[in-house]
Write a protein that binds this ligand. Structure first.
Ligand SMILES: [Fe+2]
Length: 574
């Protein structure tokens, strides 16, 4: 049973292939197109997945797509009728949505050489939030679990709660567009002067510099309800008929979401390039706090309602790693699973799992703890490419390789590390990473100066050997996908200043020997020399999607002031 899952004509479009319920390969289209959050048809990702899995479209039993234009159909009709005579930007989007369904069928037919009717016979449409729910629950180790999907919006829903048991997901409740935790966060992200799709993590990074003194005001905008869900005061937002998520040039763009009333309450919108004031930081802290409170409010109700101890979460808001790190302490749940692609690229994976487990009723296979499902290049391929470009390199065996890299890190070097299959999801996890010495108090400035050039308030993250988590962090949980932030023990702050955020926390990745042995051994070599089982790990890119190929890694190396580039066993130095 081979299933191809797709997220198409939506932000972070992607493809994934499962064989007999096991994930073989998955990748975002942006990695091939070199445009962040690329939102068109994922033809290159599909082609890549077919090649890697060694199958053709004719071999595919089902093609799952994470969208269902019929979902909440009558609610949408009512919504449109109420908006009759108003601006019709949303209506235009809805119409283009149904055109896209036709386009998906045609694109798949063109790509495969099969007829549109052949393609149609394989297609299964899975509603957006059910795909999110499935991406978390069916990939989790739990036989039974509560599930939350929470994002900006998809298929007219913004939040969905459910229970998963075995191969079935039962939806309990949902919140309709436009009331949305994701859109609420995006509105304040825009107000704070970060206008691009996906900028919310900047507000999360800024929050620890402020005090949450506006929580009461913001809770009047986003109101928690007794049923464990929420509503909002719509006077603080533009009319839902004016909200537009457009995909011009395959780039997702969200129109301004907040109304003048936000400016009346908090003052004028922060302009581009305007210095961040203490008030901006306090607003960021307050928005982040309210977002966390809302997540705990939903989860605590869900826990009481279901009596379950396991929780799975997905959706754009589930990328809020600060909130995620507090879930076990702040709710009645005891175990948490979040997939590596908890945001919309995971829709490809989730829709395929939903078809395999829920629709076809086939039994679940092993849980997914690896994000390494993308592109891979052998030493032979890399060497042949380096020779073709006349680039000098030296090849070492693993032991000497790790020795040389760690020496470079200890000398304050910044190293590009390219090893094994690329990650699926927004985080670099030691396959396409830039690494540095976490003990170096200047590492953050060095990285920003040499490569990243990003806002100085944003933290860098640690990869830690999992056995040592309890020595450095106050919490010992498995965090394979860098999806949680934990406090770093106060006595360790001075030891690892480069990855200790201003509030004493770190967004960690716990590295397991069985999942990425080479990355594990690299950190272990560093530990043997320094006593510190941690590396600073940031994504291998410079204002672009994470590098996917050796060519892109070399271009990034040449464009920036990285000190060393490691492509599998080959080292390139300046
Ligand atoms: Fe979503």
């Amino acid at each position: 049973m081979i299933i191809l899952g797709i997220n198409a004509y939506h932000a972070d479009s992607s493809a994934a292939i499962f064989k007999d319920g096991k994930l073989l390969v998955a990748s975002e289209e942006e990695r091939f197109r070199r445009v962040k959050h690329w939102a068109g048809f994922p033809s290159l990702a599909i082609q890549f997945c077919l090649n890697e899995a060694g199958v053709s479209m004719a071999d595919i039993d089902y093609i799952s797509i994470g969208r269902d234009t019929k979902a909440k159909f009558w609610k949408k009709v009512l919504f449109m009728l109420r908006g009759f005579g108003k601006k019709i930007s949303l209506l235009a989007d809805r119409l283009s949505n149904s055109r896209q369904v036709v386009s998906i069928e045609k694109e798949l037919a063109d790509l495969s050489g099969l007829s549109v009717s052949d393609i149609k016979s394989k297609l299964k449409y899975v509603e957006h939030h059910r795909a999110h729910l499935a991406s978390a629950f069916f990939a989790s180790p739990f036989e039974e679990s509560a599930i939350l999907s929470i994002d900006g919006s998809g298929d007219f829903t913004t939040t969905m709660i459910a229970v998963g048991r075995g191969d079935k997901i039962e939806v309990i409740d949902s919140v309709d567009f436009p009331v949305s935790a994701g859109l609420f966060y995006t509105a304040f992200t825009q107000y704070l002067g970060f206008p691009h799709y996906g900028d919310e993590y900047k507000v999360m990074g800024l929050a620890p510099y402020g005090k949450p003194i506006y929580v009461d005001e913001i809770r009047k905008i986003l109101k928690f309800t007794d049923d464990g869900m929420f509503i909002w005061d719509d006077s603080y937002f533009v009319s839902p008929y004016e909200i537009r998520l457009s995909y011009e040039n395959n780039l997702p763009t969200v129109s301004t979401l907040y109304s003048k009333k936000i400016e009346e309450l908090f003052g004028p919108t922060r302009l581009k390039g305007e210095e961040l004031s203490q008030k901006h930081k306090d607003i960021a802290a307050s928005v982040q706090r309210v977002c966390e409170m809302l997540i705990f409010h939903i989860l605590n109700h869900l826990q009481k309602r279901t009596g379950l101890k396991n929780i799975c979460i997905a959706g754009g808001v589930a990328q809020n790693s600060v909130a995620n790190g507090k879930i076990i302490d702040s709710t009645g749940f005891e175990n948490l699973y979040i997939p590596s692609a908890g945001h919309d690229s995971g829709i490809s994976m989730g829709s395929a799992l939903y078809v395999y487990n829920h629709i076809l009723g086939l039994p679940r296979v092993a849980p997914i703890y690896t994000a390494y499902t993308g592109s891979k290049f052998t030493n032979e391929e890399i060497e042949s490419y380096l020779k073709s470009r006349n680039i000098k390199y030296t090849k070492f065996d693993d032991v000497e390789l790790f020795d040389r890299i760690t020496d470079k890190l200890i000398e304050s070097g910044v190293v590009g590390w390219f090893s094994g299959r690329a990650e699926f999801g927004p985080r670099a996890l030691g396959a396409r990473s830039i690494i540095a010495d976490p003990r170096n108090s200047k590492a953050k400035e060095l990285l920003n100066l040499k490569i990243k050039k990003r806002e100085s308030f944003r933290p860098f993250a640690p990869s830690i050997l999992e056995e040592y988590t309890g020595e450095y962090f106050t919490h010992v949980e498995s965090v394979p996908f860098m999806e949680r932030v934990f406090p770093i023990k106060p006595e360790k702050h001075a030891e690892i200043p480069a990855i200790t955020h201003v509030d004493g926390t770190g967004r960690l990745q716990t590295v397991s020997k069985s999942i990425h042995p080479r990355y594990y051994m690299l950190i272990e070599t560093f530990r043997q020399k320094t006593g510190v089982p941690i590396l600073l790990n940031t994504s291998f890119n410079e204002n672009e999607p994470i590098v996917n190929t050796p060519a892109e890694a070399i271009d990034c190396f040449l464009r920036t002031q990285m000190d060393m580039l490691v492509l599998e066993n080959c080292i390139i130095e300046r």
